[in-house]
Write a new protein. Sequence first.
Length: 621
Amino acid sequence: MPDLRRPLAALAPYRWVLEPALALALFAAWFLTGLPYDMAATLALVFYTAAIALSRILPGVALGLLWVGVLLELTEQESLEAPYRVIAAVAVVAVLVGVAAHGGRVLRWLDFASAILLGPAVAYLFTVRGDLKFPQFGPVIAGYYTSQGIGVLLMSLLLAVIFVAAWLLGFLVARQRAAQTAQHGTATSVLVWLASSGGAEQTEDDPSRPELVRRLTRAQLTFDIAGAVAFTAFCLLVGGVWDRAGFLVTTAFAVAIALRRMSPAVSLSLAWLGAVLQMTTGHSILVSDIAVLIVLYATAAYGDRIVRGAGLISAGVGALVAALYLTVTAAVAQGYYDLLSSQIAGVALQFAFLFVVSVTVLGLSWVLGLLVRTWRNARVARRARVEAELDRNRAVQDVVVEQERTRIARDMHDVVAHSLAVVIAQADGARYARQTDPEAVDEALATIASTARSALGDVRVLLAELRQSQPEPGRPAGAHDGPQPSLADLDQTVEHIRSAGLPVTLEREGDIAGLGSAQQLAAFRIVQEALTNALRHGDTSRPAGVVLAEAPADRGPGLVITVRNTMRNTTPEPTTSGSLLRIGHGLPGMRERASLAGGWLTAEGRDGEFVVTAFLPGAAA
């Protein structure tokens, strides 16, 4: 959707003209319809239009003026024509929306109570004091036929629904305006923009809520509009309703379908408007009533908490209204004019049956939307959980590799420092022994060459593979832990593992003495880590085996390490938050050791055993 913030911001200073313009339009409609002049009616209309004009800047005064106008009409003894009543009802709706959108918390709920109370009052003005009359049949109670009482009751219910829907729209606008002001500093939708800049300051508790007017992609908007057009064509062709009122009902429902995802609250209000128009024009069940199910589904699937609650309440109230309307119209059509006769039991059963069917169908539509919403949220949460698990694994992998590289760098530092110390000692000894023992010089030079060659191989491995090594925090430069371990120290390590409770067998096969200090250190660390993992996670009642074998001829000189141990549990345990296995520090560290030494390492479960296999090449010649 296009970004409307810039043009809306440019027109923002002129929003105050909206309500006075609407008030003048209603006053002009009174003159254009040619209604007769009446002092009480004129005065009531003045109060109505003044309430509309002040609903933005003085919502409390506007609500009071609205009640004054309604009370003036109630005191009028003459019957006013239907166009005037329609103008007055439009004024009531506009004021209720404005007060709910701009009023404070207390005034907003007074507006809600007024919406409920104004329903019967305006229904009385439409029927008893207006041109809308109901058939007169049944017993006479307090001077009115029973049918008239039922008609007024049904009209009161319909108007109360319209007024409450208008209040809900204003209430949602107020909430959304507060949210957008907190997030963007200005309203970003036309509907919210029209109701912005009220006289009372809005202080909402939770501004992080879904938008009243949701932003849709071009494809979604096109699909919704095309679906509404197809729905209209289907209803007109299949339903066969060609009169003006039926076409207006179908149009209202079609617009509600088009807006169901963009604004579920507005869609629900339009659906109620179409339903009320359908009942007031005397239509029974229409094909276009399918739109009510679609709108209820949308309120649960796309609306926020308030809209979902409004949809659920609408399902219950709508079922009650529909059952009452269909029961009364059916009774009239079948000639049950005396509603207190013996037919009352059948009418009551019919009402109960229609109510149960209506509430089931409408409620199932709402529940289906809620289930789809829950499934969609669960899918998004599951995807986010998997992505978080992958990110965590990658972070752990990076941390483990970096820690292992730091550890290897320290080991390499110790190896090179030890080699240089040997070189220096041999060089100083050869310099002093040059006069007394020339043969010692040759021996010292040979030792220097061998040590330097080995140190050069270690440095090459370090420079080629280790790119981001850092010293351990708090460790002094040049500090080391003493002589670095080699393959000769494995026997002591194996004894330590045995004393800890894991039987270990150590075998050496072939010539494995041609390894440099870096490769020997890597081999020692790999065997040490593999046996530690076997002690921690394996079955300590079964022996573990370590085989150090000379590499086959096709691989070149080197060492093949094989460590086997029986697994305690052959089924890997998944994480509690997903199905991805957690990555420990052992296996990545061993792989990094083997890689930096120029070799490779594999670790896998095989027939109830966990097997670690590594290859380390021999020292450079």
